[in-house]
Design a protein around this ligand. Sequence first.
Ligand code: SER
Length: 891
Amino acid sequence: METHEIVERFTNHFVNAGHTRVASASLILDDPTLLFVNAGMVPFKPYLLGEVPPPYPRATSIQKCVRTGDIDEVGKTTRHNTFFQMAGNFSFGDYFKAGAIENAWNLVTGSQDSGGFGFDPDRIWVTVYQDDDEAIELWRKIAGLPTERIQRRDGKDNYWDMGVPGPGGPCSEIYYDRGPEYGKEGGPVVDEDRYLEIWNLVFMQDVRGDLSPKLGHPPIGELPSKNIDTGMGVERVAYLLQGVVNVYETDLIRPVIARAEEFSGKRYGADPTDDVRFRVIADHARSGVMIIGDGVTPSNEARGYVLRRLLRRIVRSARLLGVHEPVLEAFAEVVRDAMAPSYPELVTDFERIAAVVRAEEDAFLQTLTSGSRIFDTAVERVKKSGSLILPGDQAFALHDTYGFPIDLTLEMASEAGLQVDETGFRALMNEQRTRAKADAAARKTGHGDMSAYRSVLDSHGVTDFLGYTDLSAEATVVGLLVDGQAVPAASEGTAVEVVLDRTPFYAEAGGQQADSGTLRSDSFTVRIDDVQSPVAGLRVHRGTVTNGTLTLDSTVIAEVDPMRRGAISRAHTATHLVHAGLRNALGSSAAQAGSLNAPGRLRFDFTSPGGAVSPAALNEIEDEVNTVLQQDREVEWYETSMDEARKLGAMMLFGEKYGDRVRVVDMGDYSRELCGGTHVARTGELGLVKVLSEASIGSGVRRVEALVGLDAFRHMSKEHLLVSQLADQLKSRPEDLPDRVAGLVERLRGAERDLEKHRAEAVLASANSLAEGAEDLGGTALVAVAAPAGLSGNDLRVLATDVRGRLGSRPGVVALFSAADDKLSFVVATTEAARNNGLAAGKLVPAFASAIGGRGGGKAELAQGGGSNPAGIPEAVRALRTAVRDASSAG
Ligand code: SER
């Protein structure tokens, strides 16, 4: 069963059971506790926590997930993927344990004919949280499972939380017994490889604090309602249902292995060490592409670092398979093709994705090249000294200074007949780890290092945001970081991260892009290009010292670039208006699924169960929005309680987190949304909103793109000019252009048909002169010529048959060639008298085929074929003459 079908069956099963289908959220959600979405429940957190009322009591989703905690296990076990799809069903205060168990059991063991997965019920085992007698009873009653296949486990295995404060609860896991050949008897508590976990049902009821109930710490509270959160591993189910032995060989991942086989000339399955490399490549290529698809680029921190690590591990694994040329783009193409049916944005975004992987691979290959030179020198030196061991400090220097991976050093050393002092290497690694503990350790586990930011937050508290009213303010530098480390000062040319006690700069959030600008004093200037909030409450200004030396504790004038901010604010206000317009037209199912507010342009993603928005409806929405601009409504904002905002009917966005106090933005009575972004004062400032396009970006999610203000005007003005030019050229009034063009196209088609007819007639008319020009070769009439270029095979055949008819009862051979670009087609025909003399058309073909790079054949009467070398036609004609003459004189 293909993966595609597995997710479809899952979704259908739960939609039929009253669940609302919710599209996968981006891997990158605005949640400072997570680098990537790592479970299907993450986008639903506000509902589980009761921060936002759930818009539906039941939901189901296929969520993109990334987990890199076990990155070193990838390829070695049967089941570790860094990217995977989690199929889930969720109940928000609706059904609880019994419903979750029944739904899961029916899908897992339901027959394939009835839409289920058809797993043998006798091979299913489950685990439950240690004292959850209720769950045991339900499994016995609903599924009829015998007690010996229900096992109790402690919190480490059967309590689930996000690894950080938030919702959690005891869980029950479903396992499939792969059979005795895969391990020991005794159920999941004995062997988790033979018994493979496929589905986790979490009875989500607690609020976890800093310490996890997994380790026995009590939860700090109860959720407002009892919820269900389940997660089924799509890749695991796929591997069981596809009869393969691990997740890497399933239909969506295996194609990358095949591509890697082509590159390396090695065969997957031939060598266990190589196989791990193949699997690492396949897994990481998919994760890398999906992560870049959601907007991450490689860098040295946080998500960018995880991505860099994944991409470099691919290149390194390919190297170890003996591939030295660039591979990433080719692998990305394979991933795109496999994943596109579910994630069509991979196709539309592919140019960007390809550019990212090309750049990263170039950079890394350079590192490898310079590292290899150092390596060669080191090897030479070792050999000269008569030793066979590459010292640990050299391996360490290669790794630390040149970014040269140790396993590559090991591999290359062994090829050079040397060993590496690994103990020495590891000791140095450990030393370094202790030295730069927090930073290095965090980065190596792929969790980014937030400690420097946290310590600024701890000592100075949250950054005051002044930017709703002020674009310039005096502030104090309370945090200064270079390469993630706190420093007292930074000189000209240094890339810095600056935290101020207060700032007018908007940090990227809620789809609104960050401000840019400057931090100035008499003794320095810092250009700010980006502002982010890596930990909640802190605004970190990123930029470069362009002049002087910036020091901690100094006073600065922080100044936002007003042009950029103005254009972004206009886009953000326009986004609210477009959102309101869409809801007026399509109803409340058009819920926001994402947005981008950039200078002068916006992107708005929304769920649209009804599919595409018709051009007419889009036009109306645009019209309505522009009417609101003309009404010049006042844009007001105020803070209020969550409850009050709800009563006021403010739109709240899926996946956002809201505190007790929320900010509401009103545009007259046209639009009311919770929003932390910046806006203009009156709708009239927008001037103009022009919708450019509406398209699908994934299952049930559509995207509208629009321009705002001068950007909208310039776009329309350009199109206007284009239309005038066309009208001029076609000598038509602009409003008559569609008719005029349709008329032209129609006439052109008619003309092409006429031309075709004339050509055919002319060709046939040439039959007589061709027959008259026949040469006599030992009693056989031969017509062998290049006919007009571009004739179809059919025309050629008709013409050749006609010429043959005109040769009458003479022995005769007709061979016609017609070139088209760099190809040609030919026909050979023989008269009856020629055939009686032993001249068969099919047998004549080999005589000239090689001259025209051709192939073909046929009967004695008529043979037909094509070739790739039109320049060889004269040579072919000569060869035919010889063949015909020889055959005739022989006869
Ligand atoms: N949240 C649980 C998990 O990730 C079930 O969805 O396993």
